[in-house]
Design a binder for this molecule. Sequence first.
Ligand code: ACO
Length: 327
Amino acid sequence: MISTHILGTGAYAPKRILTNQDLENMVATTDAWISERTGIKERRIAAEGEVTSDMAVIAARHALAMAGCKAEDLDMILVATISADMPLPSCAVIVQAKLGATRAFAFDLSAACAGSLFGLSIADQFIRTGKAKRILVVGAELLSRLVDWTDRNTCVLFGDAAGAMVVGPTSDPGRGLISTHLHSDGTAAGILSIPGGGSQHPQSEDVLARNMHKITMNGREIYKFAVRVLPQAILEALEANGLKVGDIDHIVSHQANARIVESVLERLDIPLEKCWLNLDRYGNTSSASLPISLDEANRAGRLKKGDLIAMMAIGAGMAWGSALMRW
Ligand code: ACO
């Protein structure tokens, strides 16, 4: 039986670092407040002129090189993003053109911070049915241009970066994706949104004046939602496959906030050391955060052949899910 394996991983973050101390000079905040409540110490900010597809392409090239695969080998490109270069066309077709992935069809996916996990699940369907042999899944976000830099509730949280995975089939029964589990609850749409700029509130002087084209969020509600549903999603994946919490070797998680990850793992009785944390260096990079964490853990040699990896992610929507795979 064919299953889907991750053949290569890659990541990219812009050079410019914005520290918590820098933010102290921009809004009424402190390094202590940000560090204690979120675990974030610094985040990356894209250079002027740098766009989301540029970051996606660099991460993708690293993943392609690791997979030993050329851009022309790709059958499909999926970019998970809420910060595409422009509303139309998709970021994915721009990535396709920049990579020279001439054979691939390409499209974007909107599931916010859960986007890469949703993308991996979609890619899995195409691989297992034999419709595609090489798929590039990228999570890329340029959130510094969607953040209201006068709003201390949100501007301290986010950063710019991209992460990529090249997936393909494996016939090794001991390796690959075991299952993915996706969920959405649109009744919670209001707790994290960019309300302006779409068909409901098209771009206008009023939308701009009221900062409706920037991220707005109810942090407390997100926190409560995340720590409730993420443990359930991990348990659902384990139960579906007759596995136990103790079987998990690594957690690869979207990183919104260190306290969310700590609380979820505590509820599951999973030691924090099993999770690759890099939030202190990047902040919340939305769809990019999960593939970046996977890439860093992979390149650091943490993931051994056959290890059981549990992935989890949650984002605006709310949209969330989990995945299990053998490395
Ligand atoms: N610096 C200093 N004070 C601040 C800051 C800041 N950057 N931001 C908010 N405050 C203040 C608030 O104004 C409030 O002051 P008040 O009591 O005088 O009104 C006080 O701190 C407490 O605010 P709360 O929002 O209640 O703080 P809380 O303890 O809930 O922490 C936080 C806020 C860190 C956002 C928390 O709710 C959280 O982690 N939520 C999850 C949000 C998240 O991760 N969002 C990312 C996107 S979603 C995703 O990726 C899944």
